[in-house]
Design a protein around this ligand. Structure first.
Ligand code: GTP
Ligand code: SPV
Ligand code: MN
Length: 621
């Protein structure tokens, strides 16, 4: 039995007068200590380790994992301070069907969540956790979500028996002392218990108890099913809290576009998992735009918490402090800023490791290693017929690694959001970009967001799935109540809501080729949005919303053919009839609680399409 080192007393040593005093005297802090003692009695670890978040502690946990073989050190020249981890082959992505919302009433969870009775589930989880940490270290990780000193920030504590999870939390979150210092100011904290357990997928449970601010997770060691501050706290529980308190907890990246005149425009964007949030947040503008003085900077790549400011605008903070990004497909062309970001202090999960202790994944480069160890731990050669990296392989890095991190990223007040962008993977129907008419229409656009998720087989397209606001897997309560909350936000006295957009980088032609080159070129769409929110660009009104006039997309330096542009911006009546029918069927699943406004929007859209059809018929006569 090895311990990572010093076992700290539950209350940290005072560092400076007032703050440290507050830590020790806070009733929250006492509640925390009592709760941790209760958890330890249940799980029976040999050692309880309170994480301080210091570099020294991180180093010792890293060395411990190296010694027990759970991670491998990468080449120190090419990947300073970085390591390689493989998870169990049955534990490589979020387990949506093992994720439960255990609200007191089933109706509060709604039709889009798995609900289980909280009393039953607590009992089941108590049996899972009983003695599960015997002979091992129980880490206690206090964490702060949001910038230090921010009125939007919230605290929580995750107890875990996984050093790998602690290592990830260190990179992804503000943990340890800085978090404890914020406990005094808070009226409550989220409690999370996690155990790696047996990793048996049949016995895996990721459970949320919104009334108790409690998360229980067992038999997983992967991603946000095990790193509880991310999706479990910052989205599922926070969404419930946000509704109660009048703010929004969203699955959105946050970025800042600076125009050549120095004006900054902040945008938030919701795209379903693996549909382009990190890529857009880290976007590198085309050379001509860089030369003209345009700049794009990242504030967050996955989650946004948005509160009203005194001026009635929505201000966003990123509750996290690091990125857990998709590795597969990331390269110097698709995301050069991500490649810079992961040069050091990175945990690579489920990629391939080369014989020189480097990393490789499909889509990284053409320098395919002759031999490597694949994500399952087997010897891999280019001829072996298996992928070297798992399609959902990931990198974990601190945000401060990113060369384009905005200086506003930890502004306690957040950044004022001028535009909210929704987007999914759609091979047909959805134009490159359109603007919603107003907040209610924008809420409808978000509520009916769909994507064709790629399947595990490369090159194929999955079925069309609704993923409202990209929150289908992450909304901790009834989806229809959530839509009502969005509508209510826009009706608040003095509210000055962002404009809402829908984008699609994935439209294809008959030959199954993307019509849009994407990536850096998405800047052309961001610039149009900047112009729109600054009132400097016109648009054509169509049945579905406002669409750029081709000349306003600034495509002059662009070799893309005019036909493609025309096709990209086309609103095809037949496709939209099908779309409206699909949406009506989807919305009707929420019948009892569905806000009437969303049905009204769907009907209004259908009428506008009918008008457009008539108009084009007469025009052709
Ligand atoms: P999560 O971390 O799962 O929430 O994913 P994400 O939304 O951050 O997606 P990410 O940016 O990691 O992109 C996922 C995949 O989409 C990657 O394979 C990207 O290469 C691809 N992608 C992103 N932007 C574009 C684009 O403009 N065009 C095309 N064709 N692919 C893109
Ligand atoms: C997502 O699926 O949206 C992710 C990956 O960001 S995970 O952290 O596993 O949720
Ligand atoms: Mn995500």
């Amino acid at each position: 039995m090895e311990s990572p080192g010093v076992i700290l007393p539950p209350t940290p040593e005072p560092t400076s007068g007032v703050q440290a005093g507050a830590v020790q005297q806070s009733p929250m802090n006492r509640e925390l200590v009592t709760w941790v003692e209760t958890v330890a009695r249940l799980t029976q670890p040999q050692i309880v380790h309170w994480c301080t978040g210091t570099d020294d502690e991180g180093q010792r946990i890293f060395e411990l994992m190296l010694r027990d073989g759970s991670v491998q050190k990468l080449d120190t020249l090419r990947h300073p301070n970085s390591c390689y981890f493989r998870s169990d082959p049955g534990d490589v992505a979020r387990s949506a069907d093992r994720t439960f919302i255990c609200s007191l009433s089933e109706d509060d969870a709604g039709p889009s969540n798995n609900w289980i009775d909280p009393v039953y589930m607590r009992d089941l989880m108590a049996r899972q956790f009983n003695g599960c940490m015997q002979g091992r270290v129980m880490y206690v990780v206090p964490y702060l979500l949001g910038p230090p000193g921010s009125p939007a920030a919230r605290v929580g504590v995750q107890v875990t028996d996984s050093p790998y999870v602690v290592a990830n939390l260190r990179l992804m979150n503000r943990i340890g002392r800085v978090a404890l210092e914020h406990f005094a100011d808070q009226t409550g904290f989220v409690k999370g218990i996690h155990s790696v357990g047996t990793l048996d997928p049949e016995q895996r449970y990721i459970c949320h108890f919104p009334e108790e601010n409690l998360i229980l997770s067992v038999n997983t060691n992967y991603g946000s099913d095990a790193m509880l501050p991310k999706k479990c706290h910052a989205l599922r529980l926070a969404s419930v809290q946000a509704r109660r308190e009048g703010w929004l907890a969203e699955h959105m990246m946050i970025l800042c576009v600076t125009s050549p005149d120095g004006v900054r425009t902040f945008m938030a964007g919701a795209f379903p998992s693996s549909c382009g949030k990190t890529s857009l947040a880290m976007l590198l503008p085309p050379d001509a735009d860089l030369a003209a003085g345009w700049k794009v900077e990242v504030i967050g790549d996955d989650i946004a918490w948005m509160h009203f400011g005194d001026d009635g605008r929505l201000y966003a903070v990123n509750p996290e402090a690091g990125f857990f990004g998709v590795a597969t497909g990331t390269n110097g062309e698709t995301n050069p800023n991500a490649m810079e970001t992961l040069r050091s202090n990175t945990i690579f999960t489920n990629v391939a490791m080369t014989e020189e202790r480097g990393v490789w994944w499909e889509g990284l480069d053409d320098d395919v290693p002759e031999f490597s160890t694949d994500w399952t731990g087997q010897r891999w050669t280019p001829e072996c017929g298996r992928p070297a990296a798992h399609p959902n392989s990931r990198f974990t890095v601190p945000a401060t690694n990113c060369p384009t991190l905005s200086e506003e990223w930890d502004n306690p007040q957040g950044v004022p959001i001028s535009a909210i962008i929704f987007g999914g993977r759609r091979t047909t129907t959805m134009p490159l970009v359109y603007e919603a008419f107003n907040w209610q229409h924008g809420t409808y656009v978000g509520a009916t967001l769909t994507s064709e998720q790629p399947t595990a087989v490369a090159g194929t397209v999955g079925p069309l799935r609704f993923d409202p606001m990209a929150m289908q897997p992450f909304c901790g309560y009834h989806m229809a109540d959530y839509w009502q909350h969005w509508l209510n936000m826009g009706r608040r006295d003095g509210a000055d809501m962002p404009k809402v957009y829908h984008v699609n980088w994935f439209r294809k032609d008959w030959g199954d080729r993307y019509l849009w080159p994407g990536f850096r070129n998405n800047m052309r769409v961001l610039k149009w949005i900047v112009d729109r929110v600054r009132g400097r660009s016109d648009a054509s009104e169509t049945a579905i919303g406002m669409i750029p006039k081709p000349q306003s997309l600034e495509l002059s330096d662009f070799s893309w053919t005019q036909e493609f542009i025309h096709e990209l911006l086309a609103v095809k009546i037949d496709d939209w009839y099908k779309e409206v029918d699909r949406r009506e069927e989807f919305l009707s699943r929420f019948s009892s609680k569905l806000p009437q406004e969303l049905l009204d929007e769907n009907d209004a859209l259908r009428k506008r399409i009918q008008h457009a059809q008539l108009r084009s018929r007469y025009a052709n006569q």
